[in-house]
Design a binder for this molecule. Structure first.
Ligand code: ADP
Length: 190
């Protein structure tokens, strides 16, 4: 099983490239952001609780996303691989993911980290906000808060995976096709 983590700040292109990767390789896409938005759309209790945090650009509690991921791993036992997108986002989530995968003997092979400047991230997200319908994409202060959440809680994960010799950095500015090619090169080498 070829399991990879797509890593990078909000607006770095993880969702776009995850779609390209699953179309080419037939892996299963596990996006905690998409799962949470589905809970909101379904007006579940979890969705209603998550919405307040997401609309502010804050992270939702670790236990919530870890539980969602565990369910998806177990309902896709025959997957050729998983693409984790927007998860893990904290060291606690990364440790929990390692445990979940160890129990199932399906390790993460590579963490592909998309590098994009903070000015470019803000520009892209506000542009996406014109059509995405996402409240958290439309307000510059909220976008900035998401970037701060990333910098303080998520960016340290790069060291966590570098210590496991799994981190590969990819330039995330350029055309979608160029970036996809760089990602494919890494995946084909797994
Ligand atoms: P983006 O990558 O553009 O920030 P996502 O769709 O991945 O967007 O996430 C949107 C929001 O959902 C986050 O700002 C956060 O509130 C919540 N969220 C998604 N994944 C996680 C996670 N792994 N841990 C905590 N919160 C999460």
């Amino acid at each position: 099983m070829r399991n990879i983590v797509l890593f990078g700040p909000p607006g770095s292109g993880k969702g776009t490239q995850a779609t390209n990767i699953i179309n080419k390789f037939g892996f299963i896409h596990l996006s905690t952001g998409d799962m949470l938005r589905a809970e909101i759309a379904g007006q579940t209790k979890l969705g209603l609780e998550a919405k307040t945090l997401m609309d502010r650009g804050d992270l939702v509690p670790d236990e919530v996303v870890i539980g969602m991921i565990e369910n998806k791993l177990d309902s896709n036992k025959d997957a050729k691989g998983f693409v984790f997108d927007g998860f893990p986002r904290t060291v606690k989530q990364a440790e929990a993911l390692d445990k979940l995968l160890e129990l199932r003997t399906i390790p993460i092979l590579k963490v592909l980290s998309l590098k994009v400047s903070e000015e470019e991230l803000t520009r892209r997200i506000l542009e996406r906000g014109k059509t995405s319908g996402r409240a958290d994409d439309q307000n510059e202060e909220i976008v900035k808060n998401r970037v701060v959440e990333y910098r303080t809680k998520t960016a340290p994960l790069a060291n966590y995976y570098a210590a496991q010799h799994k981190l590969a950095e990819i330039a995330g500015e350029g055309s979608v096709d160029e970036i996809f090619e760089a990602l494919c090169f890494q995946i084909n080498n797994l």
